[in-house]
Structures are given as structure tokens and as C-alpha cells.
Design a protein around this ligand. Structure first.
Ligand SMILES: [Fe+2]
Length: 252
């Protein structure tokens, strides 16, 4: 499937989800398990079917909600640019990211999901070519939370990689909110001027936001979404002045 509009319809699981969610996860890169259906399963048990919990400095389960005065973008009501998890810190590899909604905002706060397959089917060939010939350096200024790389260790990452398991091309990138003081995923194309780099990253990011590539998931309480971190990028819409709480559990 090459269009996110079709992919997102397919990713939604109905009553028979228990039998089909893994097939859907493989086909779509993510699945949505609706609240009524999600109620008869324990989130942790479902995730443990997919792998071993990833252990971070804070443990395995993360309560994703705004924290008063936090300078970590993750714990604010701001938007979070698209990114893949586990590439930019020294933590273990993440294969699947599970999230269950405890509190849903009325407006905004969507989880943004961009499909690599849809990107490769819809992005112009010259852009994909360019991406195959660049390396991106990341300087994350958040520390003391994830398993951080040592000071001065700035990962350099090929934005397009071949997944060793599936043989499929994947996108391994993170984008920066220029107004985020901690510059989560501060990205720079190696060998480019700051201006050229910003221009190219903006172009890639815009392609990832095409309706044929990006799906914005509006949460309902109780719902579970599972993302394949090797096949989709994820991010978040802003939700100013509202409450939102997700429980996240990733497995490797
Ligand atoms: Fe993330």
C-alpha cells in the first residue's frame, strides 16, 4: 500500500482484532485498537507478545503528560516533530512503541504517523536520491532522562537505511522545532551550510506531512495504538491549555 489514506483505514482493527492485529501491524506499520476492543486485554500483556520491554533510565512504562515547568518538549503541550525513537540516545533499539490513552484532549494532541512506504511512493525521485547521499548529525540537548550518549558524541545517521530483517527501506530521522530551547533532535546535514541544511530538512519534513504520507490520529480514552518504529515516524500535534495522558511502553 502506497497511500496513507488507505493504510490508515486498514490499520484500524475491528472486533476480530485479536487474530488480525499482527498482520495489520506488518502490512501498515501501525495498528489502532479501539476502546471497546482494547478493554478486554491488558496493554502490558499485548506488548509483551511483540517483544521484551525496552528499559530506559526511568524504567519501562512512561506516563506521557505535561509536567509543570518541564523544558523537555515531550512533557509540554507543544507539538513534537516527526522522529524515529532510539536513534538519538544510547538506549536500546526500539521495534514497537505501544501507547494507551488515559486522557484525550478535545482539540489537537493527535499522534502523527508518517509511513516510510508511502513516503517512498509519493516523494519526488530527486529528493529520495539526495537523501541517499547525505548523513545527518543530531545534537540532543536533553540529558539526565534517557540513556544519554557521552558529552560530545553526536550521532551521525543515514536518513535512508535498509532494514536488515525486512529488507525494506526505512527512514531514520528526527526533526527539530526551532522554538524548542532544548532542540530535541537538533538535526544538521553534514557538509551543508546551516541554510542549505535547514532548507533540505524542511523539504523532507513537508513531504512527510503530505496527506498521502501522514495520518494524524485523534485519541479516544482506552484506545491502544502500536507503531512499528522501523516503518513509520511519529510525532505529536500541539494541545495548548488541555489535558492529555498516554501510557507508553516500547518493546525491542
Ligand atoms: Fe518518540
Amino acid at each position: 500500500m502506497a497511500n496513507m489514506i488507505e493504510i490508515s483505514e486498514e490499520a484500524s482493527c475491528g472486533a476480530g482484532w485479536r487474530d488480525e492485529f499482527r498482520t495489520k501491524l506488518d502490512r501498515c506499520g501501525f495498528v489502532i485498537i479501539e476502546p471497546g476492543d482494547a478493554n478486554d486485554v491488558k496493554f502490558d500483556e499485548l506488548m509483551s507478545e511483540l517483544g521484551d520491554p525496552v528499559v530506559y533510565g526511568f524504567g519501562t512504562k512512561l506516563s506521557l503528560e505535561p509536567q509543570e515547568g518541564s523544558d523537555n518538549l515531550q512533557f509540554t503541550t507543544r507539538g513534537m516533530p516527526l522522529h524515529a525513537d532510539s536513534t538519538f540516545n544510547a538506549g536500546p533499539a526500539v521495534k514497537y512503541i505501544g501507547m494507551q490513552c488515559v486522557r484525550a484532549p478535545e482539540v489537537g494532541g493527535e499522534t502523527l504517523i508518517a509511513s516510510a512506504a508511502a513516503f517512498f511512493a509519493n516523494a519526488p525521485a530527486d529528493l529520495i536520491d539526495t537523501m541517499q547521499n547525505i548523513v545527518v548529525e543530531y545534537r540532543n540537548r536533553i540529558d539526565g532522562y534517557y540513556k544519554d550518549r557521552s558529552v560530545g558524541d553526536h550521532p551521525r545517521v543515514d536518513p535512508i537505511q535498509v532494514d536488515p530483517e525486512s529488507g525494506e527501506k526505512r527512514i531514520v530521522m528526527g526533526f527539530t522545532d526551532p522554538d524548542d530551547p532544548m532542540r530535541t533532535h537538533d538535526a544538521m546535514v553534514v557538509g551543508y551550510s546551516a541554510e542549505e541544511s535547514a532548507k533540505l530538512l524542511r523539504r523532507i519534513e513537508a513531504m512527510l506531512h503530505l496527506p498521502s504520507v501522514l495520518y494524524a490520529h485523534k485519541w479516544r480514552v482506552g484506545e491502544i495504538v502500536i507503531l512499528d518504529n522501523t516503518r513509520v515516524l511519529h510525532g505529536r500535534g500541539a494541545f495548548p491549555n488541555q489535558a492529555r495522558k498516554l501510557i507508553r511502553l516500547s518493546v525491542g
